[in-house]
Structures are given as structure tokens and as C-alpha cells.
Design a binder for this molecule. Structure first.
Ligand code: ZN
Length: 276
């Protein structure tokens, strides 16, 4: 593994932060800016094709902190659940193909028209268990990412770190946690649950919570611009021994996505040094 003792080298750029860029542009842009790692979403990897994506990344000497994302397990019927599992197996293969540190998974919400939240929780558990068999063979760590409760119905019904910890307790080896400060910062139990998670935290993401937030998905802030005490959360995470990448992941349709991505990278690097 790389030496990440220099704080600058801890920064990874999630492809959502520089949304307009292709994989090649992301790799080139990070290399130019002196940023050593990326966290791509599957769409830009698939657009290039896995063998070429792996080659582009390796040739540039860029590391892949994690691949975003699979999951979305609940479905209205067996065929839907099977399709989700097959897609998730492809995501594991993609993660292996680009040398990702882990595959990030979000739970998925309620099947269309359903009000059965406990049923959705069970489908997530069963989906994770089925995917784990495949991922263990492929030696690809899975990272379940609890999302803010506002997404429980449509994107992810695993909403607290406690729930993610429970799933890890139950399902065991091969399952870890993607901790994203944006989704968990509000939790009064955060410090205890981070300590409980310990080495299970295998990827850590940051952005900021804007006040007011004008869009549930696409109004995330640059670290330092919002309400989250990112230094305090990082200290809790690092108290577990976490010394891997810190991914800046910003969905921002009306602000950061409209700026020059090179400028966005420069500001990410600066904020990573000062407020993360
Ligand atoms: Zn995230």
C-alpha cells in the first residue's frame, strides 16, 4: 500500500465532484493538480470499458479509493431482486478491474408503492448476504454507506451508522462501512458508533451541509462552507486507526458543477488542508 503519511496524499476526488468530466479527464486533471487518488462512479468507468479504464488509471499512477456504487437491493418481486444481484456482481467485477479499495453500496429504498420498511430492511440484509459470497471470492471489500434519513423511501433505508454496524455484526467478513460525513453528522450517537465501527470503516467521504439546503440531492457544499465540524468527525474516524483516503464527494448542480473543474480541484485541495 502507498505511503499516505503526507496529508496532501490523503485526498481523493470523487467523480461526482467534477461531474462534467470523463474518466480520462478526471485522471488527467488529478495528475496535473498533484492529487493522487480518485473515487469514480460506475457510469464514467463503464463509458470507457473496464480494461481501458484500468489501464488509464494505472498508467497515470492514480489510486482508486473506492468505486461508487452498487446496492439498491429491494425490489417488488423476485425477478427485480435477481436483476439487482446480477448488476451488483458486475459492480464487483468493475471494482476489481480498476483496482478499487472497495465497492460502495447504498441500500435502496422501498419498492414502488410499498410501505413495508421492515421488509425492505430484510431485503437489504439478504441482498448483502448474497453479494458477499461473490465479493469474498473476488476479494473485493464491500462498503455499506448509511445515507441521511431523508432518503429512506427512495434511495437507502440504511440510515444510521448503528444500522450499518448491526449489518456488519451479522454478516461478518468482507462487509465494511463507507462513512460519509454528510449523511451521519447529525447523529447524537455518532462518536460511539464510529468507535464501535472501528476497522470496519474502509472509506471516508466528505462534503458539507448547506443552510438552507435547497435540493435534497444536488445541493451539497464544499468542505468548510456549511454546518459540519469536519475536523471533529475526522478525529473520531482516525481514532479508529483509519489512515486511508478522504474522498471529497460534492453533488452541486447549481454551484460547483457550473465551475471550471480545475478550479474545483484547486479549492478541494486547499480545503482538504485547512478544514477537513
Ligand atoms: Zn459518499
Amino acid at each position: 500500500m502507498r505511503d499516505l503519511s503526507n496529508n496532501r496524499d490523503r485526498l481523493a476526488i470523487n467523480s461526482a465532484t467534477v461531474k462534467p468530466w470523463t474518466l480520462e479527464q478526471l485522471v488527467d486533471g488529478c495528475a496535473r493538480a498533484g492529487i493522487s487518488a480518485i473515487a469514480p462512479w460506475r457510469d464514467i468507468v463503464q463509458a470507457v470499458g473496464i480494461p481501458k479504464a484500468g489501464k488509464v488509471i494505472r498508467d497515470a499512477g492514480i489510486a482508486v479509493s473506492c468505486l461508487c456504487r452498487g446496492g439498491m437491493f429491494p425490489a417488488a418481486d423476485e425477478a427485480g431482486r435477481k436483476a439487482a444481484l446480477e448488476d451488483n456482481k458486475r459492480a464487483v467485477d468493475e471494482a476489481v478491474g480498476i483496482g478499487a479499495g472497495s465497492l460502495v453500496l447504498i441500500a435502496g429504498g422501498l419498492p414502488k408503492g410499498s410501505k413495508d420498511l421492515p421488509g425492505a430492511h430484510k431485503q437489504v440484509r439478504d441482498g448483502l448476504a448474497a453479494l458477499l459470497e461473490y465479493a469474498r471470492t473476488a476479494k473485493m471489500p464491500l462498503a455499506i454507506e448509511p445515507l441521511h434519513p431523508m432518503y429512506a423511501a427512495d434511495r437507502a433505508c440504511v440510515n444510521t451508522l448503528a444500522h450499518a454496524n448491526d449489518l456488519c455484526d451479522e454478516l461478518g467478513e468482507g462487509l465494511g462501512i463507507a462513512l460519509d460525513a454528510y449523511h451521519v453528522w447529525w447523529d447524537p450517537d455518532l462518536k460511539r458508533q464510529i468507535a464501535r465501527a472501528g476497522k470496519r470503516i474502509i472509506t471516508y467521504h466528505v462534503c458539507d451541509w448547506m443552510v438552507p439546503t435547497t435540493d435534497l440531492l444536488l445541493d451539497r457544499g464544499m468542505p468548510g462552507d456549511g454546518a459540519i465540524d469536519l475536523k471533529a468527525i475526522r478525529a473520531m474516524v482516525e481514532a479508529t486507526g483509519y489512515d486511508y483516503y478522504i474522498d471529497v464527494e460534492i453533488f452541486s448542480a447549481n454551484n460547483w458543477w457550473k465551475r471550471d473543474p480545475n478550479e474545483v480541484l484547486r479549492i478541494c485541495l486547499e480545503r482538504h488542508q485547512t478544514v477537513v
